[in-house]
Design a protein around this ligand. Structure first.
Ligand SMILES: Cc1ncc(COP(=O)(O)O)c(C=O)c1O
Length: 362
């Protein structure tokens, strides 16, 4: 065994010992774990749109970076539609939400700026912050006093939050944060990944209708929208800055044109999906009658210990439910959990059966 192989072997062995080893497994069982909140990933209209686009000779690849040969009319069409839909000046499309978040955090704050980020923000925002030399301050989850304290002591601040937290399902106090950002002239970055398509008028997200020239939002397209991608919505000056400074935008082949075509269609479907949203909220209510106290379709069942979470997930999987254990470093130490999600295609019986199964393993 080479030295390198030995290092990998012992790293993996340690992860196994700590209950943190990750392995791929196929999707099986009733879907209580995807982010396909509206059931769009198998929407016939999206499939038909793809077939029609390729039959009309759409190329598969973009062929280059957006700044070179890869800028396709489908990208620009989507960006105009997204800006109109989400009510922002301009939008910029990335291949996924991770890249969009990384671009924002690594390219926008200047080295002398201060980034105030919620302790529970997504890894993509964290990694972007790490790539930026600006000073950063971790704020206790949703602690408005801590934000105000930091904002009052520092100039040129960026506040970074998620509108719905991906592992906890709770909401950021957006109205109060926006007030603070206006008071202290700070930028507010809101990752709407788990709100897009679900919350706000026509699924436009929880920031929809909030007025502020310092507000930047990210709408991911691989969750409720059922496709893939990340749309940054912001004033034009911010989008121009990203086009000129974001390395993940500049030095990467543009998203496949079909992705933009499908996200355009998904936005159209999203605007007309009040019924699916109503059904999803009905299921959220049903779950709240039995086992949920979450305000969203993301329901954490915190078990603490990695092994407990793994065992509980395995038991539920054996009963036919697709539920996964989430462990550190994705969530804080000691807060390993089951992350249960609801989607509009579930039946009432599925939720009740899960409630019974949870009761049994409690
Ligand atoms: C809150 C949040 N932001 C961003 C992302 C990344 O988005 P994408 O899956 O499109 O890369 C995720 C995905 O897990 C997420 O949960």
């Amino acid at each position: 065994m080479t030295q390198l192989t030995a290092t990998f072997t012992s790293t993996l062995a340690k992860l196994k010992e700590e209950g943190r080893f990750r392995a791929l497994s196929p999707a099986a069982g009733i879907d209580f774990s995807s982010n396909d909140y509206l059931g769009f990933k198998s929407h016939p209209a999206l499939r038909q749109t793809a077939i029609a686009a390729f039959e009309a000779d759409l190329e598969t690849g973009a062929g280059g970076s957006r700044l070179l040969r890869g800028n396709h009319p489908a990208h620009e069409k989507l960006e105009q539609e997204a800006a109109a839909f989400f009510g922002t000046e301009t939008a910029l499309f990335f291949a996924n939400g991770f890249l969009a978040n990384h671009a924002l955090m690594s390219a926008l704050p200047a080295p002398h700026d201060i980034i105030l980020f919620d302790a529970l923000i997504h890894a993509s925002l964290r990694d972007g912050i790490q790539a930026n030399p600006a000073k950063h301050i971790r704020i206790m989850h949703n602690d408005l006093n801590a934000y105000e304290d930091a904002l009052s002591k520092n100039k040129n601040c960026w506040v970074v939050v998620e509108s719905i937290y991906s592992m906890d399902g709770d909401l950021a106090p957006l109205h109060d944060l926006l007030k603070l950002c206006k008071k202290y002239n700070a930028y507010l970055i809101v990752d709407e990944a788990h709100a897009t398509g679900i919350f706000g008028d026509k699924g436009k997200g929880l920031t929809h209708g909030l007025q502020c020239e310092h507000l930047i939002t990210v709408h991911t397209c691989g969750k409720a929208l059922g496709v893939a991608g990340g749309l940054v919505c912001a004033p034009d000056i911010i989008i121009q800055t990203l086009i000129n400074k974001a390395r993940s935008f500049i030095y990467s082949t543009a998203p496949m044109p079909i992705q933009a075509v499908l996200v355009s269609k998904a936005l159209e479907l999203c605007a007309a999906a009040d019924q699916q949203r109503a059904r999803l909220f009905e299921l959220c209510d049903l779950a709240r009658q039995h086992f949920s106290s979450s305000p969203s379709p993301i329901i954490p069942v915190i078990l603490g210990d990695e092994q407990k979470a793994l065992q509980a997930a395995a038991t539920l999987q054996a009963k036919g439910f697709d539920i996964r254990a989430i462990r550190p470093p994705t969530v804080p130490q000691g807060s390993s959990r089951l992350r249960i999600t609801l989607n509009a295609t579930l039946r009432n019986e599925d939720v009740v059966a899960l409630a019974n199964a949870l009761q049994e393993i409690a």
